[in-house]
Design a protein around this ligand. Structure first.
Ligand code: DQA
Length: 140
């Protein structure tokens, strides 16, 4: 099973960024633990701060992978382009967020990803990614 985690802007700063909201662990450390725990999955990771690069990556994997775990970060709330790509591709996308975006500012309550996501997991810290991964394994 081939699954990719795609992270949007500023998620390369995890561990250094607003630790009260996003925790103390870097994504690289978390990702290595995840790979160790889910050895049966071919798991890869991509991060970009650039909207078009995220779209390119989604298009690249979106017809051949078994699942995409997408945290588009701030672009979740602004990007018609990423929303359109999620709609266009064939691979199911699970939208994740580290924080509970509904308990935060109102502009974070809108998502251009959600209408075309297979499901949404948010508010469980980095564990949101693990729960998304488990959802793909359970659906197998
Ligand atoms: C986030 C929530 C977004 O509102 C924010 O812009 C992020 C991270 C999350 O994972 O909680 O950068 O997607």
């Amino acid at each position: 099973m081939k699954i990719v985690i795609i992270n949007g802007p500023n998620l390369n700063l995890l561990g250094k960024r607003e630790n009260d909201i996003y925790g103390d662990e870097s994504f690289q450390d978390f990702f290595e633990r995840l790979q160790e725990k889910f050895k049966m999955v071919t798991l890869s990771y991509y991060q970009s701060n650039i909207e078009g690069e995220l779209i390119d990556k989604l298009q690249e994997v979106g017809y051949s992978y078994d699942g995409i775990i997408l945290n588009a970060a701030a672009y979740t709330h602004t990007s018609v382009g990423i929303g359109d790509t999620v709609k266009a591709i064939k691979t199911p996308v699970v939208e994740v967020h580290i924080s509970n975006t509904f308990s935060r500012e109102e502009f974070r309550h809108t998502s251009f990803i959600s209408p075309n996501a297979k499901g949404i997991i948010l508010g469980f810290g980095l564990q949101s990614y693990e729960l998304a991964l488990q959802s793909f394994l359970a659906a197998k």
